[in-house]
Design a protein around this ligand. Structure first.
Ligand SMILES: *Cc1c(COP(=O)(O)O)cnc(C)c1O
Length: 455
């Protein structure tokens, strides 16, 4: 049995956590997660918790999959590591690249590997700038992104991302511009949804003209914005973004780190959104988080230029094409295919979750409830009829998240937006269980707000 207090003390003394206010964490003490199975995790005090966030949007095949352990063990025994820098390669990396291209479709020919989403977006920026320089247009350096986007936490990742709190610490790299996100419920709930989608896409064209089309290298966006609060764009949005990129010859990068590998009921989210990106970032779900792996799926348009005219691409990571990571990813993709999880999400569990969220929308606190595949979000509203939000200082999202934690549910709060991304293996019965927990936590939050005299 883990000694909770002892581990908490050492945690506080020596382990600097990501995205954490350590002073306040020290006062509360970390929750120590000790084991996991299927869609559940357990803490050191023996509490069982429904992990409706799949770890961090990644454990798509669920916990406890021995096949992935065996794949790692076998590969580590044979060849744990070798690099691909000096005219060498390894079988798992080759096979995984081939597999990913077969899932991505005809537009794509190559995969560049890294170990995370952040690194892979760094690769994207270097790759698109190198592409344009190779074509004799070195002034095309600007990347257009969106407010509230999340593209990772390195300097490039956080600069591409649209999180003010991240920009405020460490600054941003030059050459990145942001446009407003396509958040219908938050920005224009009274406007026709499809009309709003077109209008939101038009902000890209405005920005291109402002920067100067001849200076824009690429636009980057998540098919569905994840960490920004599960912002699902209207169906009109992505085809219009694609049209605008085509009109100005600008490269389109879809950051598929969350949306890729089945989360939206397709192998890649852009396939359901009506976009054909030139580059796709992936990470998280490719290995179901069992081992770090990420990369970029490179479209033929870019690959051909780089390969035929680009010379040496002076870029790569020690762990690019890591054999053990690639072997685990191959086993993971095999599970997703064998269990037909992409279609299960698209035709069974996704629609079922959508139906449950439509019912959840009747709860007095719930505004703008939306789902797509197995991501979902809603915003806690003070008065949804009149579209009144809570005062930010109340941190109502944190109150709700606290009740979730206490009642055995991991649901994330982004401001007052409550979001989930359960494992792709989640069954309908487990969706019922999860929805039951959500109601419990919403009712507890409502009771708190009444007690505080806020409602
Ligand atoms: C998580 C995430 C990243 C960053 O991935 P890391 O592996 O944490 O570096 C990038 N883009 C999106 C859309 C993400 O959700």
């Amino acid at each position: 049995m883990t000694n909770t207090k002892e581990i908490q003390a050492i945690d506080s003394a020596h382990y600097m956590h990501p995205f954490t206010d350590h002073k306040s964490l020290a006062a509360k003490g970390s929750r120590i997660i000790t084991k996991a199975d299927n869609v559940y995790i357990w803490d050191s005090e023996g509490h069982k918790i429904f992990d409706a966030m799949s770890g961090l949007w990644c454990v798509n095949v669920g916990y406890g999959r021995k096949e992935l352990v065996d794949a790692a063990c076998k590969q580590m025994t044979e060849l744990p590591f070798y690099n691909s820098f000096f005219q060498t390669t390894n079988v798992p990396a080759v096979k995984l690249a081939e597999k990913i291209i077969s899932l991505a479709g005809d537009n794509y020919s190559h995969v560049f590997f890294g170990s995370s989403g952040s690194e892979s977006n760094d690769t994207n920026v270097r790759m698109v700038r190198h592409y344009w320089a190779t074509l004799g247009q070195p002034e095309r350096t600007f990347i257009i992104s969106r407010k509230n986007a999340y593209h990772g936490s390195t300097m490039v990742g956080s600069s591409l991302g649209g999180m003010g709190g991240m920009h405020a610490q460490g600054g941003v790299i030059p050459g990145i511009e942001h446009i407003e996100q396509p958040y219908h419920y938050g920005l224009a709930p009274d406007e026709d949804r499809d009309a709003f989608g077109l209008r939101a896409a038009s902000w890209l064209e405005e920005k291109i003209l402002e920067v100067g089309a001849e200076k824009v290298a690429a636009f980057i966006g998540e098919p569905v914005q994840g960490a920004g609060g599960v912002i699902i764009p209207p169906q009109t949005y992505w085809p219009e973004i694609q049209r605008i990129c085509d009109k100005y010859g600008i490269l389109l990068i879809c950051d598929e780190v969350i949306c890729g590998f089945g989360r939206l009921g397709a192998w890649f989210g852009s396939q359901r959104m009506g976009a054909k990106p030139d580059l796709m970032t992936f990470a998280k779900g490719v290995s179901s988080g069992y081992i770090p792996l990420g990369g970029v799926v490179v479209g033929k348009r870019v690959a051909q230029v780089l390969i035929e005219q680009g010379g040496e691409f002076n870029h790569g990571y020690t762990y690019s094409g890591h054999p053990t990571a690639c072997a685990v990813a191959l086993a993971n993709l095999e599970i997703i295919e064998r269990e037909d999880l992409v279609n299960q999400v698209r035709y069974e569990t996704g629609p079922y979750l959508a139906q449950k969220y439509a019912e959840l929308a009747k709860h007095p606190l719930v505004g703008g409830a939306e789902t797509f595949g197995l991501v979902a979000g809603f915003v806690l509203m003070k008065n949804k009829e009149e579209h009144v939000h809570f005062d930010e200082s109340l941190e109502v999202g944190m109150i709700c998240r606290g009740h979730c934690f206490a009642n055995g549910l991991i649901m994330r709060a982004v401001g007052d937006r409550m979001i989930i991304a359960p494992p792709l293996v989640t069954t309908k019965a487990q969706i019922d269980e999860m929805i039951g927990l959500i109601y419990l936590c919403l009712d507890a939050t409502l009771a708190d707000l009444k007690r505080l005299g806020v409602m």
